[in-house]
Design a protein around this ligand. Structure first.
Ligand code: 03F
Length: 209
């Protein structure tokens, strides 16, 4: 069975609101995947993503009835934190989490689209670099960009990455990529909806770390 299909995201409703509990449950299935990737450098990424999920869940748990959607949380924090917002609380955690989610989206989409380095067909560096340039690079200063370079070198081979997505089973490339495609059907609109919310609420920041 495919890891991706076990971890399908929920379909969005027509108003494109993202249900907080469903989102947290869906997104929590991603971090364990980093353990399959082998290198220590991925534990930095895993703990960053986990940390952001924990921060959002902590706010949600304070009052699940009040924070039904992610937008409920971001708007409540805008009221409570005024001057500090949006660089605060779950709003900041989700701002960064969505960038990691966009990275994963662009990476998977690029694989599904068949982007490939013809000279190194079993590497996924072109796909990773595309995702990084799209989702994260502009928010990273040179030190964090060096961490990226280390992660790029430690990145798994294409065949091993696809195998990990198939829970360690030998699955034909085209079957795995078909699952990637299916996974993206709900995942991409969810990530898009969060970006759109940040843009509508003017909650996006562009400082670098
Ligand atoms: C800011 C920043 N977070 C943090 O400082 C940086 C952490 C390290 C970033 C290293 C970049 C590496 C890029 C990826 C290379 C991947 C190679 C892939 C191989 C397959 C924020 O942190 C905090 O988050 C926030 O809470 C805090 O308050 O200013 C704020 C204060 O700082 C980031 O830049 C977010 C980084 C997210 C990286 C996501 C990468 C995902 C990588 C792999 C995905 C694999 C695909 C999985 C598919 C699974 C399907 C089931």
């Amino acid at each position: 069975m495919s890891l991706l299909l076990d971890n399908q995201f929920a379909e969005l409703p027509a108003d494109k609101s993202v249900d907080t509990k469903t989102f947290l449950d869906n997104v929590s299935t991603l971090p364990p995947f980093f353990d399959c990737l082998g290198s220590k450098v991925f534990s930095i990424i895993k703990s960053d993503i986990n940390g952001n999920i924990t921060k959002i869940r902590a706010v949600y748990d304070q009052d699940p009835a009040k924070y039904v959607t992610l937008q409920d949380i971001v708007e409540a924090e805008r009221e409570t934190h005024k001057g500090e917002w949006p660089k605060v609380g779950a709003t900041l955690a989700l701002m960064w989490l969505k960038r990691g989610l966009r990275f994963i989206q662009v990476l998977l989409q690029s694989l599904a689209d068949g982007d490939r380095d013809e000279n190194n067909p079993n590497l996924i560096r072109v796909n990773i670099t595309k995702a990084y340039e799209h989702a994260l690079k502009r928010y990273h200063g040179w030190i964090v960009q060096k961490v990226f370079s280390a992660a790029l070198i430690a990145a798994p081979y294409r065949s091993n990455f696809l195998k990990a997505l198939s829970k360690g089973e030998e699955v034909k490339d085209e079957d795995c990529l078909a699952n990637v495609h299916l996974f993206l059907v709900n995942y991409t609109p969810t990530v898009d909806a969060i970006y759109e919310m940040y843009s509508n609420l003017n909650a996006e920041l562009d400082y670098t770390v």
